[in-house]
Design a protein around this ligand. Sequence first.
Ligand SMILES: Nc1ccn([C@@H]2O[C@H](COP(=O)(O)OP(=O)(O)OP(=O)(O)O)[C@@H](O)[C@H]2O)c(=O)n1
Ligand SMILES: C[C@](O)(CO)[C@H](O)COP(=O)(O)O
Length: 400
Amino acid sequence: MSTPRPRIAAIIVAAGSGTRIGGTIELPKQYRAIGGEPLLRRTLRQFLTHPAVSSVTAVIHPNWAEAYQDAVAGLDGLAAPTFGGATRQDSVRAGIEALAGDPPDYVLIHDAARPFITHAVIDRILEGFAASDAVLVAVPLVDTLKKTDDARRIVDTVSRDRMWGAQTPQAFRYDLIRAAHARAVKAGRHDFTDDAAVAEWAGSTVMVVEGDPGNTKVTTAFDLDAADRRVRLEDYLRLADVRVGTGYDVHSFEPGDAVVLGNVRIPHVAKLNGHSDADVALHALTDAILGALGEGDIGSHFPPSDPQWRGADSAIFVEHAVRRVAARGGLLAHADITLIAEAPKIGPHREAMRARIAAICGITLDRVAVKATTNEKLGFVGRREGIAAIATATVRLPAL
Ligand SMILES: Nc1ccn([C@@H]2O[C@H](COP(=O)(O)OP(=O)(O)OP(=O)(O)O)[C@@H](O)[C@H]2O)c(=O)n1
Ligand SMILES: C[C@](O)(CO)[C@H](O)COP(=O)(O)O
């Protein structure tokens, strides 16, 4: 019989208020965006996607419960959050106690403010359990260390030999760290800045495994800005396979009183004839996105013979194409649609269309263009027999 795999819980402490970031705290740093995504969400995802981690619990401040729900919307597998305390030490303890009803074998305690934690570092911690019940990641100090008096006069140069900068995760056998935190509180000790120190104080031997200089903590406004730029640059370099797709669609008029273009209903003297809502703009865009992916066209994904698409809101076609982009690990960078119509006038509805398309695609408004032209009374469009649309979509996919 094989031994069961140890149950490893992750506690992500996110109950701080981020005072060192400076300015007025409209939103604590863990809920601020880096690379367009809340910092905390990124941190949590690193643990949620690690195959050895069996549960992930965030410790939050009750004042920011709503921000937390927004930040984690759609993340699968998270345990219910628990409320933290006045200090990091109190928050960690709250997280540990929240697991007491169904105790894990080991616990990884991590700062929400360290969003660059990698699976490789988590793996090194887990390997460390073979040698010790208490493991922390740390990086060897590279700068010369100076100690000063209160007037900032150097009083000592401290050898950096065997000196380490402690990071998180800090990982322990669950019962060991639970008992150590409980003892610390009982002894009136509330001054520990990390959990290794709590375990050391309680008499445990804590082992260091090599951390990652990139596993930095976002503490100051400079750090937050640097983290944002780092994520954006990483995404930019990762998504270096840039594709441009085109799409074209046309629908004829039939008796009616409104057309749907760019997901906006526009009163008109006729409607567009089609199996779905006949939104030529969104159909052309769907084809442009699928074209960039090299994944067929709207008809191959949504056969017109299928009755379920009769009268359908064409937003679902675009959403499907955007999901295909996400499934390939990429993003939609830009969508540009030209409507070719003698009437109705598109100008008054352009901004509404851009807003709808941006929302449907999950991209910002500045990444969506809607343009229009008449066909100078030439051809079927010129004879007001229908409306045509041309779309271009730029898609970025992982290069490797
Ligand atoms: N009462 C507290 C204080 C801190 N933390 C968490 O502990 C981690 C490390 O703390 P730090 O970077 O110092 O965060 P803040 O306390 O929020 O920042 P500051 O010290 O600048 O106020 C952060 O993820 C923070 O949210 C916590 O859960 N509960
Ligand atoms: C735990 C820690 O990340 C180790 O470096 C750090 O001590 C937490 O930050 P704080 O500023 O001490 O709360």
